[in-house]
Structures are given as structure tokens and as C-alpha cells.
Design a protein around this ligand. Structure first.
Ligand SMILES: NC(=O)c1ccc[n+]([C@@H]2O[C@H](COP(=O)([O-])OP(=O)(O)OC[C@H]3O[C@@H](n4cnc5c(N)ncnc54)[C@H](OP(=O)(O)O)[C@@H]3O)[C@@H](O)[C@H]2O)c1
Length: 332
């Protein structure tokens, strides 16, 4: 039976590079681009077909920041496919990110310099908004919309004889100190992105506890620092181009400057080849690139406990019940 991979946020950056690499690895794979903007999705599909004319590629519309759209997409996926082998939970946003020059200057003359340069910790300011579903947009887009999608697709993902894989695109920016179980949507903080990525890390651990026996495995990756629309929103592309030689040199200090979306997708591709039952559920898999341009994957322990993951999962099941109830009531 033909294997199927669904990739959210496949219309650009790391998601689109991942599709290229998936087809490079397995020309027989069915690749389903799950995207918000269908013009961009079509353009990506055409580009992929240019390189892989015989590839089997389909499109599905999904806005992971809108519950209705997630439910509709899940329904559509269930009518098209009998099972999913891979679900890449990759779509993500950072709202109006800005670099703080002050924090940068303070950081480069301190002992924190390498940590700051490799994780952007404390370097950026950003915003957040409330969606029509009444949820924080960054939380809903980066995490909760995907969580609902997985839950809706349970029947296609859970098969004991033939395991399926979930792969979350998290970040090195997922910090425990920016997340609180009492404010998991990050209504009251200024680090919505970091909090939402920490939520994906917690959820992945909990999903493994909950679903491994049913043949579903979850992993978390970090693509490194990659030049994409997201990074171009933080600083103008011209700035990044001018500083490219410096970014290249920074690879001598930290291998996380993967820079190209192709390199950034290394960890996802590496995961395809691993036996999921042998992977550490508490690990994050980092795409890395050496100074000479060689790609590899580094496994690092996440700052997550099983207990916290369990508590978070319980809260997500309650929130799921709440939003699905209000969704059904709207339709009546
Ligand atoms: N770039 C980095 O250095 C970096 C580092 C760590 C983690 N990441 C993570 O990598 C992932 C991919 O980001 P990227 O760097 O490749 O940036 P990107 O080029 O901006 O890609 C983001 C993708 O997510 C999609 N998306 C955004 N909001 C969506 C929504 N509500 N519904 C459906 N799709 C939505 C975008 O679709 P549209 O085209 O419709 O906007 C786009 O396809 C994100 O999760 C990001 O947090 C990136």
C-alpha cells in the first residue's frame, strides 16, 4: 500500500523543503500539502512536479488557527485516505517579531553570548492576538489546531501492526520558564512563540504515553536557524544577506545555523529512517550543519517532565471538549 505523508505549512520554507526531501527519499510516497493559502500551495505543488514529474501530490486546505477549518480538513483527509504514515505538524507563526538591539548589545558582551546566538533567548519582542475561536492565535496555530487535527485523525493514525509517526516542528526557543500550566495559552506573557513551542514538546511526550500502545509515535524536531519568511519578518532579507558570512562563521561556535530550509529539514528526514519505538520520547532532534556544510542530527534532552506533560494533556482534553461543544452549538 502506498505510504502517505501530510505536511502542514507546506507552502513555503521548511515545509516546502521537507516535501522536496521526502520525494527525494521515496519517489512512491503520496505527499499531501496541507496549506492555508491554496495559490501558494498550488505553486509549491507545481514546483515539486517540475523536479519530480511522476510524484503523487495532493492539496488540502487547512487553517490551523481556525477550528472550523481544522475539522473540515480532518473530515476531508478521512474521506481521501485510509491511513496516514506520517503527519508533519509544521505550520507556525510568530506575530510581529522584533529584535531588541539593546538586548543584543547587552548579550554579545556577556557570558550568555553563545546561548543568545544559538537560541535567540531574550532577544526578541513579539505580539499575539485572540482568534474568532476565542483562543490566543500563536497557541492555536502553533499547537492547539494541530492537536485537534491529530485527535480527529486518530482512526487513520492508530494501527498496532503498522506504526504511524507524528513529527512536530518545535524550536530551540521552547523554554520552560516561558510556559505556565495556569496560562498555557500565554495570555499574560510576552513570549507567546516560546510558550507555544514548549507546549508542542510537552504534548509530544504525553501523546507518546497515550498512543504508543496503539501504534502512534510522536517526535519533536528543531530545524535550527533557517532563512524563511518567518526569519525575514524578524529582520529584513537584505540584513540577513549582508550578514550571511558572519552567520556562516557562527557555525564554528554552534551548528544550529542550518540557514537553508533544505538543511533545516534534516531532522525530519532522519526521523523517517528511525524505528520510532527505539527513540527517546524525552528527546528533541536538532538539525545541525557544520562549518563545511555537512548536515547531521543532534539528540538533546528536553526540559520536560512526564508529570507536567500528563497535567498539560489533561488540560488539553478539557479544552478540546469545550471548543468542540461550542463548535457544535454554533452549528445548531
Ligand atoms: N525559520 C526558523 O529559523 C525556524 C526556527 C525554529 C522553528 N521554526 C518553525 O518551523 C516551522 C516552519 O516555519 P518556516 O521557518 O518555514 O516559516 P514560513 O516559511 O513562514 O512557513 C510557515 C508555514 O506555516 C504556514 N502557516 C502559518 N499560519 C498558518 C495557519 N494558520 N494555517 C495553516 N498554515 C499556516 C504558512 O502558510 P502561509 O504561506 O499561508 O502563511 C507557511 O507555509 C514553524 O513551525 C516555525 O515555528 C522555524
Amino acid at each position: 500500500m502506498q505510504k502517505v505523508a501530510v505536511i502542514t505549512g507546506a507552502s513555503s520554507g521548511i515545509g516546502s523543503a521537507l516535501c522536496h526531501r521526502l520525494l527525494q527519499e521515496d519517489a512512491d510516497l503520496h505527499v499531501c500539502l496541507a496549506c492555508r493559502n491554496m495559490d501558494k500551495a498550488n505553486a509549491t505543488r507545481n514546483e515539486l512536479l517540475y523536479y519530480y514529474p511522476h510524484a503523487d501530490i495532493s492539496l488540502i486546505q487547512i487553517d490551523v488557527g481556525k477550528l472550523d477549518s481544522v475539522l473540515h480538513a480532518a473530515k476531508e483527509i478521512k474521506t481521501r485516505f485510509q491511513r496516514l504514515d506520517y503527519l508533519f505538524l509544521n505550520a507556525g507563526i510568530m506575530v510581529k517579531p522584533r529584535v531588541s538591539l539593546r538586548a543584543f548589545l547587552r548579550g554579545i558582551f556577556s557570558r550568555r553570548i553563545i546561548r543568545m546566538l544559538s537560541t535567540a533567548e531574550g532577544l526578541m519582542s513579539q505580539e499575539d492576538r485572540v482568534t474568532p475561536d476565542g483562543l490566543q492565535e500563536v497557541f492555536e496555530t502553533n499547537f492547539f489546531g494541530h492537536f485537534i487535527l491529530i485527535r480527529q485523525l486518530e482512526a487513520l493514525l492508530c494501527c498496532v501492526e503498522k506504526p504511524s509517526k507524528l513529527v512536530w516542528t518545535s524550536s530551540v526557543n521552547a523554554h520552560k520558564n516561558n510556559f505556565s500550566l495556569d496560562d498555557y495559552q500565554h495570555q499574560h506573557g510576552k513570549e507567546a512563540y516560546s510558550s507555544s513551542k514548549y507546549a508542542t514538546d510537552l504534548a509530544s511526550v504525553a501523546l507518546n504515553n497515550h498512543y504508543n500502545k496503539q501504534g502512534l509515535y510522536s517526535s519533536v524536531i528543531c530545524p535550527g536557524v533557517v532563512m524563511t519568511n518567518m526569519t525575514y519578518e524578524i529582520l529584513h532579507p537584505l540584513f540577513w544577506k549582508l550578514f550571511l558570512p558572519i552567520l556562516w562563521l557562527l557555525r564554528l561556535l554552534t551548528p544550529t545555523y542550518t540557514l537553508t530550509p533544505y538543511n533545516g529539514a534534516e531532522a525530519q528526514i532522519w526521523l523517517l529512517k528511525q524505528k520510532p519505538e527505539l527513540l527517546d520520547p524525552l528527546a528533541k532532534f536538532h538539525s545541525c550543519t557544520t562549518f563545511l556544510g555537512k548536515n547531521y542530527v543532534e539528540t538533546r534532552k528536553m526540559d520536560v517532565t512526564e508529570d507536567m506533560a500528563k497535567k498539560f494533556y489533561k488540560k488539553m482534553l478539557e479544552l478540546e471538549k469545550q471548543v468542540l461543544n461550542s463548535c457544535h452549538q454554533h452549528k445548531k
